[in-house]
Design a protein around this ligand. Structure first.
Ligand code: TRP
Ligand code: SF4
Length: 400
């Protein structure tokens, strides 16, 4: 088993393009072999901004899952599910809302930014304000340790950490915590108990993060601990109460500089995208009609690659030799723009070929996709259920 658990979500608001592939999906595909991964379709999140147009969401959900599978996200290695099929997210969102200071949400940079950016929509809604809280619930319900996000989402993860701390502080107290924690330490066996105690002191007195990690991995290896003892021991390491919700780390995905057809960042809103599984004829046509160096009017005019969006695609898709060829050919007017574009077209098509093939399998038999998601939802619900049991108990809602 992996020590880290990764969780990430994507909003289903349209079909995915090569910018998503280079910026996010390649990363997911790599991580699924290194860590336990959960990836979900954030359909409720999409409703926070697209509440007046839910058809877009409905259409995008399955397309997006096929895009993930096409990109190489492998259901044998990662758990794929749909947020709204795990209603526990909503329950945790509600329970966390009780302890979430309004100011924390109002101060989120994305709140004002997005309201201004999407000013055509009325986003002064409760759901939109609560968006980061819903995201916190997504993360905390799986006790995810790592959350891959873009730069704009990092404050949401910081908020999630603060919220987890606040939750543990309020609900992690119990009568006789210290005694119970000490009794739990004994259950580790004398050798491990000693190591645990030493690491705890080293962390608490000297702030030694390495010691904290050592103690945590020691606890991770203890299969036989009861759930309550485990929470106590994790909590006792760092402070005075049980650790019911664990604090995630954000994994900053290096901002993809995937250029679009016009040289700006590839983005649906700039209308400059190539879809992940765009058909071959259309890919060729889009690239052949791409703008080039505006000063290169005639074939005989030398060009300047640094002013040409095609050159940017060469940076992503071409090897050194090809780049050299394009650079020199352009500057000397030795090649024409159509010629220069051909290797880019070839590379994009080559990159997409396995994606198209994998997708075809799922398009031919949609029940495969339905089954992958059904399995994933079941796994996710089981994990979410475990956390919710602890949360309900901590908040006095078990009534058993
Ligand atoms: N808010 C994310 C975005 O807009 C999507 C998302 C929702 C998410 N819940 C999440 C990402 C939890 C990571 C973890 O891209
Ligand atoms: Fe752009 Fe290539 Fe034409 Fe130069 S030759 S302007 S780099 S497309």
């Amino acid at each position: 088993m992996f020590a880290d658990r990764v969780l990430s979500g994507m909003r289903p608001t349209g079909s995915l393009h090569l910018g998503h592939y280079h910026g996010v999906l390649k990363n997911w595909v790599r991580m699924q072999h290194e860590m336990e991964c959960l990836f979900f379709v954030a359909d409720w999140h999409a409703l926070t901004t697209h509440y007046d147009n839910p058809q877009v969401i409905e259409q995008s959900v399955w397309d997006m899952v096929v895009d993930w599978l096409a990109a190489g996200v492998d259901p044998a290695h990662s758990t794929l599910f749909i947020q709204s099929k795990v209603p526990e997210h909503a329950e945790l969102h509600l329970l966390l809302s009780m302890i979430t200071p309004l100011g924390w949400l109002e101060r989120m940079p994305t709140y004002k930014d997005q309201q201004e950016k999407l000013s055509s929509k009325d986003l002064s809604t409760y759901g939109f304000l609560g968006y980061p809280l819903l995201m916190s619930a997504d993360v905390l319900i799986y006790r995810a340790t790592q959350v891959p996000v873009g730069e704009d989402q990092v404050p949401h993860i910081e908020f999630t950490r603060e919220l987890a701390r606040r939750f543990n502080h309020i609900y992690g107290r119990e009568l006789g915590f210290e005694e119970k924690a000490l009794a739990a330490v004994k259950k580790l066996g004398s050798k491990k108990a000693k190591l645990y105690a030493e690491m705890r002191v080293r962390y608490q007195e000297q702030g030694d993060d390495g010691a904290l990690e050592t103690a945590k991995s020691l606890l991770d290896e203890q299969q036989s601990l009861s759930h309550g003892d485990r929470e106590r021991l994790f909590g006792y390491l760092e402070g005075g109460g049980k650790m019911i919700l664990s604090e995630p780390q954000s994994m900053l995905t290096v901002a993809s500089k995937m250029p679009g057809l016009d040289g700006q960042k590839m983005s649906k809103s700039y209308n400059n995208t190539i879809a992940l599984r765009e058909d071959e004829v259309s890919v060729g046509k889009k690239i052949r009609t791409m703008p080039t160096d505006p000063a290169r009017i005639r074939r005989t005019d030398p060009g300047d690659p640094s002013r040409c969006p095609v050159w940017q695609l060469h940076q992503v898709y071409s090897n050194e030799a090809t780049k050299q060829w394009a650079m020199q050919g352009c500057k000397s007017a030795g090649i024409g723009c159509i010629e220069c574009k051909q290797p880019v077209i070839d590379s994009v098509l080559e990159e997409q070929r396995p994606m198209r093939e994998r997708a075809q399998l799922y398009l031919d038999d949609p029940t495969l996709v339905r089954n992958i998601i059904a399995d994933g939802c079941e796994k996710a619900r089981k994990l979410a259920g475990e956390t919710m049991r602890d949360v309900r108990e901590a908040m006095g809602l078990s009534y058993s």
